[in-house]
Design a protein around this ligand. Sequence first.
Ligand code: DHB
Ligand code: FE
Length: 417
Amino acid sequence: MALDKPYIDIPGTIIFDADMASIGFHLNQFCMSLMKAENRKRFRAAQRAYLDEWALSEKQKQAVLDRDYNRMIALGGNIYFLAKIFFTDHVSFQSAAASMTDMTQEQYARMMLEGGRSPEGWLFDPEKAVKPEAPKTAGAKITAGVTTSHVPAIGAAIDLGKTEQPYWQPLFDGYAYSKKWIAEQKPDVIILLYNDHATAFSLDLVPTFAIGAGEVYKPADEGWGPRPVPDVIGHPKLAAHIAQSVIIDGFDLTIVNTMNVDHGLTVPLSLMFGQPVAWPCRVIPFPVNVVLYPPPTGRRCYALGKALRKAVASFDEELNVQIWGTGGMSHQLHGPRAGLINKAFDNDFIDQLLADPEGLSHKPHVEYVRQSGSEGIELVVWLIMWGALNDKVTLKHRFYHVPASNTAVGHLILENS
Ligand code: DHB
Ligand code: FE
């Protein structure tokens, strides 16, 4: 569905929203390249040739060559990105701003000295007023939820053809039902909640909640080479809609257009879909920080799930959406306590998730790490999935197995009633 744009009637103004960011992606990426001195030098020397290195539209290229900033903005450029062009030209913010008005530099400078442009006549353009939308007929629906552990060794077992070995067979038997179930469900989109394991995000940047709004994500090389699995195809429109809806509801997501996805995302896809040449549906990656303390609280995760439910339900396109929460269950991957498995905790966690998710959402982090191991904290991610499901769900499948590498594997399939 089109994004809600209450700002569309502001005169002489284009708000840089997800639609504009999508139109202007390559234009803005080209601008960013001008932050390197050697690139500025090459651009100055041969502008057309330099622009031809970027996937800009012909109109965008011409607007850059013409230094037509209004046009660049209409074509998805954002002023802070475009600043890299006018700084390359040694033009100031004020001169660039003046060039977008119908004034001369001198007139504009004088206007600013005299107190700036008066808001009078510049607040509202009745011609551009938002028209009420026709009531929607069909929309997107979250139909089911899946939780599963995402141990990298499981991915390796699949990739190396070891699934029938005695160590692995009992684990893969637990997913036999799931494969049949998903083949019947045929989701259009999966919102895949997982934690990035120092793959896309180093300590340079640690977003608590992030949403992938890109077109495509490559399987990451985590050190053994990328897994031989298909690229993950995103759903930028639904992702942008979700981002806008949940941010306005108070959940400040980080929007990620470019990243590689690690085992947290690809192993669950392999467990459920096997080894297809292409994943049979689109995936919106949704990384949650559980690496650098503190992760988001269970309360926050559960409430975010509810905001996601609302966001999906207000997307106009008819889509069968599933929500997956990956990670867990018990595992500790480091130190003298490595290998900790707490079967009682894991099974109580699932029982309480089914019976009283609201109560479970109050469990403090320290209980997860004390009881289920330091890396067992991945389980908070499951609460986001739970919040996104209806109040009534049907449990279709429950599986628990120890061990996969260092971890207790837990897996649930839930259908919205
Ligand atoms: C293991 C489990 C994980 O969830 C993970 O992210 C990495 C390793 C393991 O058990 O080896
Ligand atoms: Fe993990």
